[in-house]
Design a protein around this ligand. Structure first.
Ligand SMILES: [Zn+2]
Length: 141
């Protein structure tokens, strides 16, 4: 049986194109932010891999040449400020204990934890209202 191997961001984009938010879109970017950051790019209904297969490898894009040292050896990569470990580090600096990613997400989702109310932050509310093809507008901008 033939077996194909693909990176996780590209597979995420293919899954969204087949069963998810990308079904009605011919152009979109699936952004995977976890331990690393990558993108699966769909252009004209097809996965865009690029000439060397690295089209969506955005995690080591330099944002700040004098920024934090990245594990790749460069400074100020996107992953140094927006990956799961980077976000945990930034949020944990204000807390006495080390937080897990699940706790960080919980904090972001819970606007008023002291009151016990479960309401979402304005950013989360805004993101949840984005139309399914909003990312294609960004790509076409
Ligand atoms: Zn890097």
């Amino acid at each position: 049986m033939p077996v194909e191997i693909e990176n996780d961001a590209n597979l995420g984009a293919l899954a969204e194109m087949t069963w998810g938010a990308g079904r009605e879109c011919s152009n979109f970017a699936y952004i995977k932010a976890s331990t690393g950051i990558g993108a699966g790019l769909v252009v004209d209904g097809r996965l865009l891999r690029g000439a060397s297969g690295t089209a969506g490898e955005i995690g080591h894009t330099t944002l700040d040449e004098s920024g934090a040292l990245c594990y790749c050896g460069n400074r100020g990569c996107l992953e140094t400020v927006a990956s799961g470990p980077a976000i945990i580090g930034l949020v944990s600096s204000g807390h006495p204990e080390t937080l897990t990613l699940a706790q960080v997400i919980e904090l972001a989702m819970d606007a008023t934890p002291a009151a016990g109310a479960r309401s979402r932050t304005p950013a989360v509310r805004s993101a949840s209202r984005w139309p399914a093809c909003a990312t294609s507008s960004i790509l076409n901008a």
